[in-house]
Design a protein around this ligand. Structure first.
Ligand code: NDP
Length: 312
């Protein structure tokens, strides 16, 4: 018996993957979603989401992803809770392998594998995750308005998030582990010239302290070799993200940090029939709503590709 060739396999189940599934299913493409190790993606470790349009009272991240999944299933999406760990895009039929070793064939593939925030690796960071510790100022800054917070990192993201937080919070402590910042000059100037951002150079974050929520951070100055404690209501970790794209390395064009490259204005990668959406290809916006938007683009691009190739 010959192997089934799916019209569209979607790898990943965050807002991008599920939105691609909703569009693909409604276009009769019978999509199959492989959810990956964390069905629902980064939103599953987020509490309140207040900036996703359509939820006037806000929604919990996991509930929102359940809604996305239900909407995708309603139109006939097949959802499989497995990881994909290998691909072969020699084409024209694309080959994909799941963690169980099953070989899957598809005319089109939508990649929505997302990105993972990098963490400091402290035990206390785990303890206060979503309870005062966050990796997304745009998502969670609002909950700390009027308070004193800290941010760790010295790249463009940390600089941008520090500026964002400075508009909401009374004070922002910025912990920079070296005596210089990696962020672009313009972003550095912005944080340096913002009166309520205090930059702590040569400062490493050692421990996040508190009873139920974050109350203090213990930091270590690697020049003076002294430790100190700083009172904060929340800690933002902005030390970079890693796109989950390692398995595509031999096939797809990506930038030096692993973000997939798409043809501007489309979701098309360098391989016909392979489309990229969400945080796997976006290091700038990284929002649920922008991920969903690019998931929609990927499904529409896949549909046009299948039509042009006489598959549907
Ligand atoms: P980056 O990798 O550029 O920066 C990470 C920062 O975190 C570095 O300053 C690094 O310090 C610091 N860091 C890493 N690990 C630790 C640790 N354990 N403790 C303390 N600090 C740590 O990541 P970004 O997310 O900032 O940026 C990713 C890419 O996206 C970049 O190319 C950036 O330019 C781009 N970007 C562009 C924006 C824009 O143009 N508006 C906005 C946001 C991002 P160190 O320098 O010492 O290694």
């Amino acid at each position: 018996m010959s192997k089934t060739i799916h019209n569209c396999v979607i790898i990943g189940s965050g807002p991008a993957g599920y939105t691609a599934a909703i569009y693909a299913a409604r276009a009769n493409m019978n999509p199959v979603v492989y959810t990956g190790a964390e069905p629902g993606g980064q939103l599953m470790i987020t509490t309140d989401v207040e900036n996703y349009p359509g939820y006037p009272d806000g929604v919990m991240g996991p509930k929102m992803m359940e809604d996305f999944r239900k909407q995708a299933e309603r139109f006939g999406t097949t959802i499989i809770n497995e990881m994909i760990d290998k691909v072969d895009f020699t084409g024209p039929v694309h080959k994909i392998w799941s963690e169980t070793g099953e070989e899957i064939h598809a005319h089109s593939v939508v990649i929505s594998t997302g990105a993972s925030a990098k963490w400091l690796g402290l035990e206390s960071e785990q303890k206060f995750m979503n309870n005062g510790v966050s990796a997304c100022a745009v998502c969670d800054g609002f909950f700390f308005r009027g308070q004193t917070v800290a941010i760790v990192g010295a790249g463009d993201t940390a600089a941008e998030e520090a500026s964002y937080l400075s508009k909401l919070c009374e004070k922002v402590h910025m912990f920079v582990r070296r005596d210089e910042m990696r962020a672009s000059k313009i972003m550095q100037d912005r944080v340096i010239n913002t009166p309520n951002i205090e930059i702590h150079w040569n400062t490493e974050t050692r421990e996040i302290m508190g009873t139920d929520t974050v109350e203090k951070v213990r930091v270590y100055n690697n020049k003076t070799e002294k430790e100190s404690e700083i009172e904060v209501g929340g800690l933002f970790v902005a030390i970079g993200h890693k796109p989950n794209t390692d398995m595509f390395k031999s096939w797809l064009d990506m930038d030096e940090t692993g973000y997939l490259k798409t043809i501007p204005g489309t979701s098309k990668t360098n391989i016909p029939g392979v489309f990229a959406s969400g945080d796997a290809q976006d290091h700038v916006y990284r929002q649920a709503v922008t991920a969903a938007g690019t998931g929609c683009m990927a499904a529409l691009d896949a549909e046009r590709y299948l039509t042009a190739n006489g598959v549907i």
